[in-house]
Design a protein around this ligand. Structure first.
Ligand code: RUB
Length: 256
């Protein structure tokens, strides 16, 4: 495949969520940009997922001439620092609730498991694209006990209901870190609100390169992800992300 073909394939995979999550998107966008480093390709990449400031930050750095290896090394170095901080947070016997699929969260959980921490994870399947299944598979593969809930059962997972243990902590990833809060997968705000009413701390685990001062558009995705071949006349909405106000977040854990 030539450079253009490779570039288009990355854009397509980002659009179709075959490549998903802020960090994976940023890394792949960087790879695509390095194949065709033009303003037009930057624009095309940015429009592939509108709610991704980390991709924008990374492409800005590349455009200004920061070496690719330096940018790529950052991702690993930041994760290592985050892992060490998260390790201190996890107590023996904890039930940790997470949502969607975040490499920053999963990386920290797998590190904690390797360091001998005993905990289990509750996660949501994350309709309509089921990124939660990916999370459950990766955690299971790492030997972590994981229980997946349908999204609408998140109230059960966060409280002592119907035979479940109450979650002790919520770990959310982030697509954007803002002054007044964070943006993450749709459902994150309701999770944070229930956690607050149940007095469960909410930790946002995210690389600081997700921070932006710019206004971040909220991505609306195709309706056929929700209901393919839906009968005519039914109005649907498929918002992909939502804003979680700072007051619902106990702490944002970055590498800094
Ligand atoms: C993924 C999602 C993740 C953040 C953080 O949404 O909301 O929590 O992107 O991910 P989508 P990471 O599947 O729609 O991209 O920690 O991997 O950067």
């Amino acid at each position: 495949m030539n450079k253009r073909g490779k570039f288009n394939k990355i854009v397509k995979d980002i659009k179709e969520i075959k490549i998903q999550g802020a960090r994976n998107i940023a890394k792949s966008a960087l790879k695509a940009y390095s194949l065709i480093p033009t303003k037009a390709s930057k624009k095309k990449l940015l429009s592939s997922r509108p709610t991704e400031p980390m991709m924008e930050n990374v492409l800005d750095m590349a455009e200004k001439g920061k070496p690719l290896t330096e940018i790529n090394n950052h991702f690993t170095e930041a994760q290592d620092k985050i892992n060490k901080k998260v390790l201190k947070l996890i107590k023996s016997g904890d039930v940790i609730f997470t949502h969607c699929h975040s490499t920053n969260v999963i990386g920290a959980l797998i590190y904690a498991k390797k360091k001998g921490k005993k905990f289990e994870v509750y996660n949501t399947e994350t309709r309509p694209l089921y990124q939660g299944r990916k999370t459950a598979k990766e955690l299971r593969k790492a030997g972590i006990k994981v229980t997946m809930f349908v999204d609408s059962a998140l109230g059960v997972a966060l409280s002592k209901e119907q035979g479940t243990k109450k979650a002790d902590k919520v770990f959310l990833g982030a697509d954007a870190l803002l002054k007044k809060g964070i943006i993450n997968k749709i459902g994150s705000e309701v999770i944070a609100k229930i956690a607050r009413s149940e007095k469960i701390p909410v930790y946002v685990i995210a690389d600081s390169w997700k921070f932006t001062k710019s206004k971040v558009p909220r991505e609306q995705r195709k309706l056929n992800e929700v209901w393919a071949k839906a009968p005519r006349g039914i109005k649907m909405k498929n918002p992909a992300f939502e804003f979680v106000k700072k007051k619902y977040v106990t702490r944002v854990i970055t590498e800094k």
